[in-house]
Design a binder for this molecule. Structure first.
Ligand code: BDR
Ligand code: CA
Length: 313
């Protein structure tokens, strides 16, 4: 039986690939996509979600808009990484896929209550929507199988020396999720930087030859250019699909149990994830941390997912 999932995104080049993977792989059943402000404004992230679903022909998964600002801070976007649109690179047409009228948190709550099995949440943006879900609908906690999120790092950050973007944007929300007592897995920079979109990966995507695959190549080319300019990296890390891959096949992403707390007030470290890999704090292991990616099989799964979408008529 496929694992039922809800994906919460802020597209975002890597979020776009996460949507495709979550929809295409038969080992997961994508029940809903919800959107949060992060890489760009909520309005742009919603538009980008509809664009990606339109080019892929995903028209049977509800998409809902969520929080447009973090819980307690102004929004900080990542236009330096993802561009003015949040998804610069390809020329998208007008999206035809509609938006569900419900607020994101309501869509998630109703989806969880309606599904016979507990559902896995995969947030790949700031954790604002998920924190609001837990605040506003505490009854659905028992309907959540686990939360596998892209965010944080066991080491250095990418916005400040110690803070990763998804956690940095809304540390209060991240703190509520990590301390919720739910089964939480952190898929952070330490592992997503093992998923570099190297030239051979781009060639494999190009060889698929469909318009969707060409769009992916254009997205990865833009994403690669900003990572090159900002970080001097030869290839960009495909962060968000690593969280989806962990749910698709846990053997792709090795994890260890470790307590994680979020620094919300540090003078130099706000938004940092403090990961107690060596169990020095005496805190209980309520969280799990991804540490090692099976790169080869990961790329087979991602490229296979893109290739599985039939060309649109
Ligand atoms: C995370 O931040 C965003 O730029 C990406 O989409 C990813 O979710 C990486 O720090
Ligand atoms: Ca993201």
């Amino acid at each position: 039986m496929p694992v039922p999932i809800v994906l919460d995104v802020d597209p975002g080049h890597d979020d776009a690939l996460a949507i495709l993977l979550a929809r295409a792989d038969p080992r997961v059943d994508l029940l809903a996509i919800t959107v949060v402000a992060g890489n760009q404004t909520l309005e742009k992230c919603v538009l980008n979600t509809r664009r990606v679903c339109t080019v892929a022909g995903i028209d049977d998964v509800p998409i809902a808009a969520g929080a447009d600002t973090p819980l307690a801070r102004p929004l900080r976007i990542a236009d330096d990484v993802h561009g003015e649109s949040g998804l610069d690179g390809p020329a998208f047409g007008e999206p035809t896929v509609a938006l569900d009228g419900r607020p994101a948190v309501q869509l998630i709550a109703e989806t969880l209550r309606a599904h016979p099995e507990p559902v896995t949440l995969i947030p790949t943006g700031p954790l604002t929507n998920i924190a609001l879900l837990l605040r506003e609908h505490p009854d659905v906690r028992s309907r959540i199988r686990e939360i596998v999120l892209m965010g944080g790092s066991t080491g250095r950050g990418n916005v400040t020396p110690y803070a990763e973007a998804n956690i940095y944007v809304d540390p209060e929300a991240a703190d509520e999720v990590f301390s919720s007592g739910l089964d939480v897995t952190m898929v952070g920079l330490n592992i997503t930087h093992q998923a570099l979109v190297t030239d051979d990966v781009v060639q494999r995507l190009r060889a698929i030859g469909t318009p969707l695959a060409d769009t992916c190549v254009q997205m990865m080319t833009f994403f690669g250019s900003t990572y090159g300019e900002l970080w001097g990296m030869p290839a960009p890390p495909l962060h968000d699909p690593v969280a989806v891959a962990r749910v698709i096949d846990p053997s792709l992403v090795r994890c260890v149990d470790a307590p994680v707390v979020v620094e919300t007030r540090g003078e130099h470290t706000a938004g940092a994830t403090v990961v107690d890999l060596h169990h020095l704090s005496g805190r209980p292991d309520t969280t799990r941390v991804a540490v090692e990616l099976d790169r080869e099989r990961f790329w087979d799964v991602v490229v296979g997912a893109v290739a599985s979408f039939p060309p649109l008529p």
